[in-house]
Each structure stands twice: as structure tokens, then as C-alpha cells.
Design a binder for this molecule. Structure first.
Ligand code: F3S
Length: 63
């Protein structure tokens, strides 16, 4: 699965970092960093992160 974060929407709420820290990371001035290719064992966590993001910035897609 692929994930893309719309960084123009992201406000740094960090729900994604809390729910899937192996995929999402907040990095000071660079803002949110993330893995675009989601490992299978992280898919459920990334789905939860997408649902939890208050501004719906996390988009998911099949490869
Ligand atoms: Fe940004 Fe949403 Fe995560 S606002 S830091 S993508 S929870």
C-alpha cells in the first residue's frame, strides 16, 4: 500500500506519529516525514492514522 500526505493540509497534529511511529515522523523544520511504501504489518496502523488525522491529510492507495 502507498501513502501520501497532503503537506499543504497537514497542521502537525501528530495523531499519525502517535498511531504509526514507524511510518510517520515529525522532524523540526522539515515538518512531517513519512514512508510512501507502507509495509504490510503497518497497514492497519496507517489506516487508523488516516482516520484520526483531524484535517484528512493522509491519503491511502493500493500499489
Ligand atoms: Fe499532519 Fe494529520 Fe499527521 S495533521 S501530523 S498528517 S495527524
Amino acid at each position: 500500500m502507498q501513502t501520501v500526505v497532503d503537506l499543504t493540509r497537514c497542521q502537525g497534529y501528530a495523531q499519525c506519529v502517535f498511531l504509526a511511529p514507524e511510518v510517520f515522523e515529525l522532524h523540526g523544520e522539515e515538518g512531517l516525514l513519512y514512508a510512501t511504501a507502507v509495509p504490510d504489518e503497518q497497514i492497519e496502523r496507517v489506516r487508523q492514522a488516516a482516520a484520526a488525522c483531524p484535517v484528512q491529510a493522509i491519503l491511502l492507495g493500493e500499489e
